[in-house]
Write a protein that binds this ligand. Structure first.
Ligand SMILES: [Zn+2]
Length: 100
């Protein structure tokens, strides 16, 4: 875990919840995200997104030559990112990756 990655997680943690930017699944703490092997951030081309849950990162990403997570080529441009927070009703449904 790099310092940059920790900083990213902590920024999310201040909001009170860490939410996968792809499927919207959420955990309550940095510790829980780390335990579940979330990726704190990742790249699609030059754009940085994150965090991503273990399911999305293992399905959609690969490690690049610099040790950063990046979206596999076949999925680039096909992922809808959840930039807007969902209503916090405590009942998140795992929708899986959203393909066009
Ligand atoms: Zn996810």
């Amino acid at each position: 875990m790099t310092q940059e990655a920790m900083a990213w997680f902590e920024e999310e943690d201040e909001i009170g919840v860490i939410r996968c930017s792809i499927c919207g699944v959420a955990v309550d703490s940095v510790e829980e995200a780390l335990d579940c092997e979330w990726a704190p951030f990742f790249y699609e081309g030059n754009d940085q997104h994150g965090p991503a849950c273990a399911g999305c990162s293992s399905a959609l990403m690969k490690m690049d030559e610099f040790g950063e997570m990046e979206i596999k080529e076949e999925y680039r441009g096909k992922i809808h990112y959840l930039d807007e927070p969902l209503e916090d009703d405590g009942d998140y449904v795992f929708m899986g990756a959203i393909y066009n």
